[in-house]
Design a protein around this ligand. Structure first.
Ligand code: PBG
Length: 326
């Protein structure tokens, strides 16, 4: 009797074999925690559609920053939730605006331990909820938005941000901000381009998190979920414009785009496991339908396996703490 000569099961037989044979090792240092800071909040406020995630007060924010640094994650990505919104998103360029205040806090508390990153986009600050400013016809005006982004970049750099997260999906935004920063003597500030950012249903809970009521949709500037080649093209353009890091977003529904980018990009490629991806896991786990921790770990492993050098995820700190004990 001869059985199969080749038996892949040999290397799966024991925990010791599986540990030795593992191809992908997600590490705490690869994780980035997105955080929300609400102007005027006296204490942390839960976000209903994102269990375990809060809009921070400045006090709870400080405590969470130290916990994140202690857990050994790589960085934090900050989002501001302003009390007042207007058509131009004025709060974004106000040095006393909540995001800039939060950035100064993060730099002073953990700036030597974590890469402090800031969302550079107007949607948290505009009353219409779009990522840019609108023209007379109500269309998002690309070049006028670039002007606002340039001002925003200088204010964020001044607040101390290490890495600006360009999530607006305007054409030419990387080049415009690189030029603006360099001309202002801020060649030290790095740019993370949300290059392949898709017009996704999975951003739903984020709108609750930043209390944004979007008028219309973002399909005239974010990518069509059907397009793979266009994702690769956006990555190429952003690299050519001087991006230090490129990103694919969301993560789990775009692993092909991520793998494409990882195969060719000369700069690091990150992925963003967005609010809806996190909420889906939480919701299924709350019903007892999946094992929450295994699902989180499997999802993060799959994103790293597909080629992500780092992952933005709302589960960053708990995953890092869990992996430490493993
Ligand atoms: C734009 C921005 C969005 C997210 C991050 N940056 C919202 C959007 O583009 O609609 C979504 C993140 C998430 O869903 O977790 N500032």
């Amino acid at each position: 009797m001869t059985g199969p000569r080749i038996r892949p099961r040999r290397l799966r037989a024991t925990p010791a074999w599986r540990r030795l044979h593992r191809e992908t090792r997600p590490e705490a240092s690869r994780l980035v925690l997105p955080m929300f800071i609400a102007e005027g909040a006296s204490e942390a406020r839960p976000i209903a559609s994102m269990p375990g995630v809060v809009q921070h007060s400045t006090d709870s924010f400080r405590a969470a920053l130290h916990r994140a640094a202690e857990a050994g994650i790589g960085g934090v990505m900050l989002f501001g939730v302003p009390e007042h919104k207007d058509a131009l998103g004025s709060g974004a360029t106000d040095p006393q605006g909540i995001l800039n205040v939060a950035t100064r806090i993060a730099i002073s508390e953990v700036g030597d331990q974590l890469v402090v990153q800031t969302d550079l986009c107007l949607d948290e600050f505009t009353d219409h909820g779009h990522c840019g400013v609108l023209d007379a016809r109500g269309t998002v005006d690309n070049d006028a938005s670039l002007e606002r982004y340039r001002d925003m970049a200088l204010v964020q750099a001044e607040a101390g941000s290490h890495l600006l997260g360009l999530s607006g999906m305007m054409d030419g935004q990387v080049a415009a901000l690189r030029d603006g920063l360099d001309a202002a003597g801020r060649a030290d500030v790095a740019l993370l381009a949300y290059s392949a950012k898709y017009a996704s249903a999975f951003y739903g809970p984020f709108r609750d998190a930043v209390q944004s009521s979007l008028q219309g949709d973002r399909r005239s500037y974010q990518l069509d979920p059907a397009n793979r080649r266009e994702g690769a093209r956006e990555v190429d353009l952003d690299v050519a414009e001087g991006a230090d890091v490129v990103m694919v977003k969301p993560a789990m529904t775009y692993l092909d785009v991520l793998a494409d980018a990882a195969a060719v990009s000369p700069v690091p490629v990150w992925a963003y496991q967005v609010s809806g991806e996190y909420a889906m896991i939480e919701a299924a786990a709350a019903h007892g339908w999946i094992d929450r921790e295994r699902a989180i770990d499997e999802s993060l492993t799959s994103i790293v396996r597909a080629g992500a050098d780092a992952v933005l995820t709302y589960a960053a700190v708990e995953a890092a703490e869990r992996w430490k004990d493993a």
